[in-house]
Design a protein around this ligand. Structure first.
Ligand SMILES: [Mg+2]
Length: 202
């Protein structure tokens, strides 16, 4: 009697246990944070394009490897380049980095993907970045967009970023996405393209 009562009670009381395998299959496997500028949005080339147009120059990214773009231009023009990111429209007009849309969409179907951008450094960028994501990454919902200050608060499995200052404090797997300014950094696992990201994470 006791045994059959227990069996009945347990199978009812703990029947949710039998749903665990199904829930587990649906859960995202990893929490992945993805930076915007220089990872999915080509800010470096935008700096070059603006400078070349305004100063009638012909800079290319190839001749600036290992340096910030402002370090490539004559000293009297450096502040002008550093001010680009404070201009209205700068972040709104950035080109999408090749492959990022397809790979991120595929990653989003398998994992929990968050966009994480230190956008508060440029307060006018918040609306532009949100609109830009709506246009080019509509499959990333607003709940998965973190426009923040310090990224040290991020806790998850993977961070894809182009800056040592963000990757160095991350507890999970830090992947440096190659940008002209970081080509000399040897500290982190590196991805040169979104094809590399797909090979590593998909
Ligand atoms: Mg960045």
């Amino acid at each position: 009697m006791t045994s059959s009562w227990n069996n009945g009670y347990l199978s009812g009381r703990f029947s949710f246990l039998f749903t665990f395998p199904v829930l587990h299959q649906k859960r995202a496997l990893m929490i992945i944070f993805v930076d915007m500028d220089e990872v999915i949005a080509d800010a470096y080339q935008a700096h070059i394009d603006i400078y070349n147009q305004e100063f009638d120059a012909q800079f290319t990214a190839e001749e600036c490897m290992g340096r910030e773009f402002w370090q490539c231009v004559p000293q009297e023009h450096q502040q002008s380049v550093r001010d680009h990111t404070h201009r209205d429209g700068f972040f709104k007009n950035l080109k999408v980095i090749d492959g990022s849309q397809d790979v991120l969409e595929a990653l989003s179907k398998k994992h929990e993907v968050y966009i994480a951008s230190a956008a508060m450094e440029f307060p006018q960028s918040l609306r532009e970045k949100s609109d830009w994501l709506d246009q080019f990454f509509p499959f990333i919902p607003w709940q998965n967009r973190i426009l923040c200050g310090n990224k040290h608060v991020l806790k998850g499995d993977v961070l894809i970023d182009d800056r040592s200052k963000n990757l160095g404090f991350f507890d999970g797997r830090s992947i440096m996405f190659t940008s002209p300014h970081n080509t000399e950094v040897k500290t982190f696992e590196r991805a040169d393209t979104w094809r590399d990201i797909a090979d590593k994470l998909l």
